[in-house]
Write a protein that binds this ligand. Sequence first.
Ligand SMILES: [Zn+2]
Length: 316
Amino acid sequence: MALSVQTLIDRSVRNMGSGIHPVVKEAAIEVIKRAYDEGIYAQISSGYRSNARQQQLYNQGRTTPGNIVTNARPGTSYHNYGLAVDYFLVSSDGSKALWTVNNKWKRVAAIGKSLGFEWGGDWTSFKDYPHLQMTGGLSISQLQRGARPNLSSKAKVGQVKSATAKGFYENGDSGPEVEAFQKRLLDLGYKLPKYGADGNFGDETEDAVRQFQEDREIEVDGFVGPETQAELKKDNKIKVPETNLKRGDSGTEVEDMQAAFASIYFYPEKGAKNNGIDGRYGPKTENCVYRFQKYYGLKKDGKYGPETRGKLKQLV
Ligand SMILES: [Zn+2]
């Protein structure tokens, strides 16, 4: 049986301990979720550590058996203030801990950093690969004197990407993909009377999705998952060209491509005649492709190639 994200979160919350800072805890859980969305199973092995526990760890390899695991004496680790967590990777069936610092390991670190953590793997002297910490700009000596950081959560930032990665949309998500299917629902005659296609998946949108699912006789769950996405795409006249295109090209395929980008709110020239959809791949269209690539973290070259086409197909 595949390992569920909830199992990873439950184990991690247990291991972080009750002394963990709430913002650190929330961010660590978000790291686990985002990694999971990318097929990476990460788990927290430790979080808050009492000074007594820190002393035990410090003794290891010095006065007690085992390898040295830390250079930090009690009170000198961010763990002692609930501001650090350590992670490791787990095999897909959840049975094995994996400690190899490979690309997946580094990806988890990158996700952590995007959520405000510093990574021990970036340190120059003593590299601590499992370690993620939030200092709030405070040094250990400031913490020892009683100062406490004022941390703010970044867990909600970038949720659009997370929604894209998980492959479905639900109440609470937002972004251009949400706006695109809201517009599609409106085109199909469903009503979003209060907010329209505003890019925010709220209760009104969920009601419309449920109504749509009921009408199409698919599972009524209010989520826009693969089945609902496929149903929404039916009878959709938007065409995604299969050929590579670049600046200087022109013709029907360029026009189809422009229209496809416009359908998810990336226009060659918003507000211009036909929003700049003119079948000519000029600088404005190139910029439109560039913005799309930048938004979705693709290679930014302004050209319409396989990677860009693949992403566009997913969204249209
Ligand atoms: Zn650590």
